[in-house]
Design a protein around this ligand. Structure first.
Ligand code: GLC
Ligand code: CA
Length: 598
């Protein structure tokens, strides 16, 4: 799948102070329990029911008033993250970078970009996060470096440079002394156009699966493996909780460099993307088997740093866009040769439509076809339009965000979400070409507006610039107009806010024993309007969850084998009626009900 496809699919679908004292006490009791649960003994398994929060550092909190978020800004917001209940934060790349792809083009893997701070700021972030029992997970980009990385500068300097073989260089087709010939094959960049770039000095093409400034590393070279093991050790020694492996399925290419297949429509005609380029099948550049031994190697490296004390198990997360659940299952590694703890389940995450049957299938897949492994559920990130754009109907967006977040936090597994989801931040793409920052939007404008719309500054309060940066500073991306009402300060004290909903769901996830590791069993499976399931673990009360996927009120009747029909509410959409029994649970438009079976 390429960016045009990923993005086009998305774009098409078009505290406590005023809560009752009872809730107050309940909240603190739960917090204490969660903290106790997180102590001795569970450091090795913390990730199994983890809540992981993706921070886009550039957009989270600016502290030196240059309009760009920074590490000190993240440190300043740790108490907020702690109160929300997150176990770990994943930071998108903070390393030195020309920022052609906002940090995914790295020019030095063992330092901090001065825009974001210093290594001393990073150490302080780790120390402060540790105090609050929050792990810091870094992005690990192994597919490519920046073209300004010293390895590539060496590599392109001459054909016999020792670094030449660190990247993927090939002759052009039909090259002569005077002509560069054609690119070696039909491979395309995810960012559009050929994936091959001619180098005039050394008269060969280099391969870049992503942007032209992101040359692919050659993973057939053992030196590249060693270099990344050293980089991982550098950060593991500094106390990071693990890594999220970027674009990991694209490490290897077909050694014979054969053309990719061209996708055809029902009538046998080639499918073209929005720029009129053929859609390729990616069979020669994506998900090749070589990725598995590499991840076994990286996992063994990370395991050397596991400890019984915080941060405990160092966890490997994968950016794993895969065609089906069988391929996802392989990412956990074969028996005895573990790979990722948490490869992202994008099967579920980018259904991009409130379709009960599809959700049911994907949740069943995660339960039955991952060989007992822990799913990592994720709906939202810095590469896709936000939830409002992909699942919203424009009228009930907040209730729909309640439905999605319920599936995220009330299903078995680890849950990952994106900064601003908890307050219902909206996708806000640029309206003028001159404002676009993302290379994807620059290249494809106006057909595709790029990823700026989901990377706008975090909305902390209703002051000018929303508390992200000082009022008189121009933030790197504009603050969406919604900040006046959609912001942390306004939502935090409101018991009916989306923020309160997230906090409560996370509290349930961390404190309810059926949520901790109970099985996910789908209920009422012929229903096409309501998705219902139960969480069941031995010796603890079963919990049922019902989510209405429609704008019409619904009533569901649930049956839990071996149980009666009385149910006690744990959480429901604000204003919803109490059910008389398990047999008649009323749900408003996009309503949610969670209850304990008695
Ligand atoms: C991943 C990142 C994306 C980046 C790409 C190239 O998909 O999430 O933001 O552009 O890799 O590194
Ligand atoms: Ca800054």
């Amino acid at each position: 799948m390429n960016w045009t496809k990923r993005i086009a699919t998305g774009a098409m679908a078009l505290v406590l102070s005023c809560v009752a004292p009872y809730a107050f006490a309940q909240y603190y009791a739960a917090k204490a329990a969660a903290q106790a649960g997180a102590s001795a003994g569970s450091e090795q398994s913390w990730w199994k029911n983890a809540v992981i929060y993706e921070v886009y550092p550039r957009s989270f909190q600016d502290t030196n008033n240059d309009g760009i978020g920074d590490l000190n800004g993240i440190t300043a917001r740790l108490d907020y993250l702690k109160d929300l209940g997150v176990d770990a934060i994943w930071l998108t790349p903070i390393y030195p970078s020309p920022q052609a792809d906002f940090g995914y083009d790295i020019s030095d893997y063992e330092n901090i970009d001065p825009q974001y701070g210093t290594l001393a700021d990073f150490d302080r972030l780790i120390a402060e996060a540790n105090k609050r029992h929050i792990r810091v997970i870094l992005d690990m980009v192994m597919n490519h470096t920046s073209d300004e990385h010293k390895w590539f500068l060496e590599s392109r300097s001459s054909r016999d440079n020792p670094y030449r073989d660190w990247y993927v260089w090939r002759d052009g087709k039909g090259e002569t002394a005077t002509s560069k010939g054609a690119p070696p094959n039909n491979w395309q960049s995810m960012f559009g156009g050929s994936a091959w770039e001619w180098d005039t000095k050394t008269r060969q093409y280099y391969y870049h699966k992503f942007y032209v400034k992101q040359p692919d590393l050659n993973w057939n070279n053992p030196m590249v493996h060693q270099a990344f093991k050293d980089i991982m050790a550098f950060w593991l020694e500094r106390g990071v909780g693990g890594f999220r492996f970027d674009a990991i399925t694209t490490l290897y290419e077909d050694p014979q460099m054969r053309d990719e297949g061209v996708l055809k429509d029902k009538n046998g005609q080639p499918i073209v993307n929005l720029l009129g380029e053929p859609e390729l099948d990616n069979s020669k550049t994506d998900n090749l088997p070589g990725v598995h031994p590499v991840m076994q190697e990286m996992r063994a490296e990370a395991d050397k740093f596991d400890s019984d004390t915080f941060p405990g198990k160092r966890v490997l997360i994968g950016e794993t866009y895969l065609p089906n659940v069988a391929e996802l299952e392989k990412m956990y590694g074969p028996p005895g040769k573990p790979e990722f703890e948490l490869p992202m389940d994008m099967q579920l995450g980018i259904i991009n439509k409130l379709d009960v049957a599809k959700f049911r299938t994907r949740l069943t897949d995660a339960e039955d076809h991952l060989n007992g492994h822990i799913p990592l559920i994720v709906f939202d990130n810095h590469d896709n339009p936000r939830i409002d754009k992909r699942y919203g109907d424009g009228i009930h967006n907040t209730d729909i965000e309640r439905v999605i977040s319920t599936i995220l936090f009330a299903s078995r597994g680890a849950a990952m979400f994106y900064y601003g989801d908890e307050i219902g931040m909206k996708t806000t793409p640029p309206t003028r070409k001159e404002d676009v920052k993302d290379p994807v939007g620059i290249r494809w404008w106006p057909k595709i507006k790029g990823r700026d719309g989901e990377r706008t500054p975090m909305q902390w309060d209703d002051s000018p610039n929303a508390g992200f940066t000082a009022a008189d500073v121009e933030p790197w991306l504009p603050v969406p107009p919604s900040y006046k009402t959609v912001n942390v300060k306004a939502e935090e004290p409101q018991p009916d806010s989306l923020f309160a909903w997230y906090r409560e769901l996370i509290r349930l996830k961390k404190t309810n024993p059926a949520f901790a590791d109970g099985n996910n069993v789908l209920l009422d499976t012929a229903n096409t309007k309501v998705l219902s399931w139960m969480r069941q673990a031995p010796g603890v009360p079963t919990v049922v969850v019902a989510t209405n996927f429609t704008a019409m009120p619904q009533t569901v009747s649930l049956k839990v084998p071996g149980a009666g029909s009385s149910v006690k509410t744990l959480l429901k959409t604000p204003g919803a009626k109490e059910p008389a029994s398990l047999r008649a649970i009323p749900l408003g438009p996009f309503g949610v009900y969670i209850g304990e079976v008695e």
